[in-house]
Design a protein around this ligand. Sequence first.
Ligand SMILES: [Zn+2]
Length: 145
Amino acid sequence: MRDTVRQDKLRSLLETKKAALLANLRKSMGEQRTENARMSFELAQDDGDKSVEDHEHHVQSAVQSMKSEQLEDIEQALEKLAEGSYGICAECGCEIPIQRLAIQPAASYCVACQEKIDRISKRETLWNKDITSSDDETYDYLDDE
Ligand SMILES: [Zn+2]
């Protein structure tokens, strides 16, 4: 039997994240445009219109691709959720805690397995410290139901 409460929570979690990302994307594109308009004006003094257009295009697509990568993670997560395969550890098959998925929607492993994997990759990257424990602000909204 499927745990529909968990599925529902995961769905609303992902949809909240998606909405926030989209809002963020729109906002930063807006800001980017304002900033570009200012730079366009300055650059246009020397360089003429063509390079200004190139520059604008470059900056915008950089911002866009960064954000849309995150968005893609969420979309994929939603697809997996629909299939019923989201939030399951790819290593041991247990359910990944929702709190963990809130921080890392694209997580494919439970904490224990992730730590195992991190320990291995840490050894490889020479003590790359403290990647996982920095972010707990997302815990908050999960508690209010
Ligand atoms: Zn696991």
